[in-house]
Design a binder for this molecule. Structure first.
Ligand SMILES: [Zn+2]
Length: 360
């Protein structure tokens, strides 16, 4: 196939002013005039698709998705952000709050605290459902700021000036608030410990500052956490964020030699001693730029892209980005491992596809 069409099909050209070839050609017959059929085929997808893990730890992972359409990468991104469920505080019953933070502001703040619980062990709580051990986690907090009394009767240090998330403690037996008008705040049939096994539920982080108190101020409340998805409120999103970028490729179109090589190295390569994405071979007029790291790095890709906007450079070097190869990053907020979140997203996408198939 014509080289120009190949480039159009596989790459976005990142220019100084604008990007070119940004569309994905999904229509199989788009290249019929040159005798090619690129209609989607599951067999070809199986052959070309690859997922390679680059780095991974408890809260962050980076991997490469290859051989799939940007629509897939974006579907995973959107599902991870807004459709993978977690547990979060949904209701706050304030018994006493004499702090300077208003009840509703405090409740909103509590909602955003990441809750350590496996959402797979819980059910969604429907409208009108009673809070029970399989759909609600109850956390309580009772903190009073006061001055300690020394043995000699004088007042000493102020305690509980800052209230952190470790003040929220799990109540596996359900709500501890007294009945009101004959109604209970929860209806636990058994201890939640039987549901979650040996897991200890609570907050992911113990050191999130929730409120500051002055001596004499007090906060007493109970929080009910339920299962939900980020589409309804960002507090249920399992990630801080997740994103992908197309793999960049720095391509030399015409040899860059002599004075041009010096200019290129000065503008795009020699800004740091440790930068090794490019090298020069030969001396004087024979000096030629070689690309050592075709993906470039965060520091040079932009420099090269800007250089292509200067007179004469657009024909010599190009920054292109693969349309079917992505570097995907997931940064969690600690409830679930990034790998688990991605697997959940795959399951959700598969069930959506199944839904479409069953209704066709
Ligand atoms: Zn670089």
């Amino acid at each position: 196939m014509l080289e120009r069409l190949e480039e159009q099909r596989h790459y976005v050209r990142a220019g100084a002013e604008h990007n070119a070839n940004v569309n994905e050609v999904a229509y199989g017959g788009a290249y019929a005039s040159v005798g090619k059929d690129f209609a989607f085929s599951a067999e070809r997808f199986r052959e070309t698709f690859a997922l390679t893990l680059t780095t991974s730890d408890e809260e962050r992972c980076v991997f490469e998705l290859e051989g799939c359409s940007p629509a897939f990468a974006n579907a995973f991104r959107r599902i991870i952000l807004s459709e993978v469920p977690t547990m979060a505080i949904e209701k706050v019953f304030v018994v006493n709050n004499t702090s300077v933070v208003a009840d509703e502001v405090f409740a909103h703040r509590l909602g955003l605290v990441p809750i350590k619980a496996d959402p797979a062990m819980f059910e969604y709580r429907g409208e009108g459902d009673a809070a029970n051990e399989t759909n609600t986690i109850v956390l309580k907090m009772h903190v009073r700021c006061h001055k300690e009394r020394n043995p000699d009767g004088t007042l000493g240090e102020v305690v509980n000036r800052s209230v952190y998330s470790n003040a929220l403690t799990w109540c596996p037996e359900g709500s501890q608030l007294p009945e009101e008008n004959g109604a209970k705040y929860s209806d636990f049939k058994r201890s939640q410990k039987e549901v979650v096994g040996d897991q200890e539920l609570g907050c992911v982080h113990d050191d999130i500052l929730l409120v500051k108190l002055a001596p004499g101020q007090e906060v007493e409340l109970e929080c009910h956490c339920v299962k939900g998805i980020g589409q309804e409120h960002a507090k249920w999103s399992p990630v801080g964020t997740c994103w992908y970028k197309m793999v960049p490729e720095i391509t030399i179109l015409e040899p860059i030699t002599g004075a041009d090589a010096d200019e290129f190295m000065k503008k795009c390569a020699n800004f740091s001693e440790t930068h090794k994405c490019y090298a020069c071979e030969g001396k004087g007029d024979k000096k030629t730029v070689k690309v050592v790291e075709s993906r470039g790095c965060d520091f040079c890709v932009e420099r090269v892209r800007e250089l292509t906007g200067e007179p004469g450079w657009a024909d010599k070097i190009a920054v292109r980005k693969r349309k079917d190869h992505f570097i995907f990053t997931i940064e969690t907020i600690g409830q679930m491992a990034p790998g688990t979140i991605f697997k959940e997203a795959v399951k959700i996408l598969a069930s959506k596809a199944q839904n479409v198939l069953s209704t066709l």
